[in-house]
Design a protein around this ligand. Sequence first.
Ligand code: NAI
Length: 335
Amino acid sequence: MAHNITLIPGDGIGPEVAAATQRVIAAAGVAVDWDTQNVGAEVALKVGTPLPQEAIDSILRNKIALKGPVGTPIGKGFRSVNVTLRQTLDLYANVRPVRSLPYVEPKFEGVDFVIVRENTEDLYAGHEIMILPGIAQSIKLITERGCTRIAEFAYAYAQKHKRKRVSAVHKANIMKLSDGLMLDCTRRVAARYPDIESREVIVDAAAMTMVRDANSLDVIVTENLYGDILSDLGAGLVGGLGIVPGANIGERYAVFEAVHGSAPDIAGKGVANPTALIQSAVMMLYHLDEMAAAKRIELALHSLFAGRRVRTRDLGGTATTTEFTDALVKLIEST
Ligand code: NAI
């Protein structure tokens, strides 16, 4: 039976990498009834909101979405569609595995760790006020409930995926109340997982450790803003934003999307690297228990990268999005 999945192609390079990903999923033999929903700036011009209710209803119905990037205006304009979706659907856990692909980033071979980022609270919720002209205030809201459930998610993830250690990344030396609460909650959860080693790392030191010995962090659990910044650092270790996948998971719904944004500088040129969204789709297939298809795509991706010939421009190659996808589809079909 076909899976019903909401597809949000998104802005910029979104439609290009989404089309590539649909081809790859079809090549792996997974039947999907795609419910395509447009969101973003162009939609806002037509219907007055960047996130129409139909798009939300589609995810509420299907429970699963594959999402391309959606641009957010800087400094003014509408509120981030991404933040609104994560809050509306209570997608509280953002999971970002950071793994090397063969011969992509020779300086940092064998990188393999996971960032579990709290996805609904913190400064990233964007609650701000101008207290007085010339004085802006951003509210960093951290709750016991939010911290406990993300810590629980991270430890359960570590156990399920046979990881050894969870590293709580914080700045509780300065933000003693908010980040202190996060650490207290994480310690309480950690006590229930004696087989998993627990570590606490201050966020600036964590950034350095990510460059020198990322795997020692193993599973990072952290607040929203630190997780946002560290994910791009992680992407830099394994070849850039064209590579790294992600999943936004809640109790009832899951939205799979790459770490990267809409890349306006290369949009419409047919040169975007679809690997990040394809790897997000692999996470989606595991979530849907489509193990064989997920493994087939993963193996094909590894052998394509190991072959070193077909690379998109961001990785020093010359392949277009379509040429890269053609080569991947051929490999999937031959296994
Ligand atoms: P970005 O990730 O779009 O681009 C940063 C750099 O990485 C650019 O040089 C771009 O060409 C390159 N890049 C990104 N993805 C690539 C890919 N798949 N293949 C090849 N090169 C790739 O970040 P930026 O420029 O900060 O943000 C652009 C817009 O995207 C903003 O409006 C931002 O709000 C939005 N955004 C949306 C996200 C989402 O929907 N989840 C996440 C991050 C940003």
